[in-house]
Design a protein around this ligand. Structure first.
Ligand code: GDP
Length: 140
């Protein structure tokens, strides 16, 4: 197993319901270490750039509206197999399909307002981390 880093977002539906601490506890209980964290308001340009890979999907506009509808907490998580572990703790995209005990099963409101983002590969994690954080902000 390898020590890895992944990128995470606590989404606006979760910050609106004051769930940052509860979600962080689930991440930490799974063995992930929060080595960088910042609460920010995404601009439209930031949301569109971050989700550019989904630009052709029918829900792209709605997704960017949602992601700019309130504050988000952006994070870098570190741990053994952090990318896969974070995906496991988050659960499936659609909360109806997510396993019991996962962040999305516990907190998500819908397939869109699903409380958390996590990188889907180590390669994308590196891209997403550098989109928001400078190397000096990552304190492992
Ligand atoms: P993830 O990797 O599990 O976050 O899923 P995706 O990369 O496929 O989708 C990115 C984000 O787009 C999801 O986390 C949801 O917030 C949103 N999303 C995905 N599928 C749908 C959909 O069918 N409808 C809507 N409105 N949003 C979606």
């Amino acid at each position: 197993m390898a020590l890895e880093r992944t990128f995470s977002i606590i989404k606006p539906d979760a910050t609106r319901r004051n769930l940052t601490g509860k979600i962080n506890a689930m991440l930490e209980d799974a063995g992930l270490r929060i080595i960088a964290q910042r609460r920010i308001q995404l601009t439209r340009a930031m949301a569109e750039g971050f989700y550019a890979v989904h630009a052709e999907r029918p829900f792209f506009g709605d997704l960017c509206d949602f992601m700019t509808s309130g504050p988000v907490v952006i994070q870098v998580l570190e741990g053994e197999d952090a990318v896969a572990k974070n995906r496991e703790v988050m659960g499936a995209t659609n909360p109806e399909d997510a396993a019991i005990g996962t962040i999305r099963k516990t907190f998500a409101e819908s397939i869109e307002a699903n409380s958390a983002h996590g990188s889907d590969s180590a390669e994308n994690a590196a891209i997403e981390i550098s989109y928001f954080f400078a190397d000096v902000e990552l304190v492992g």
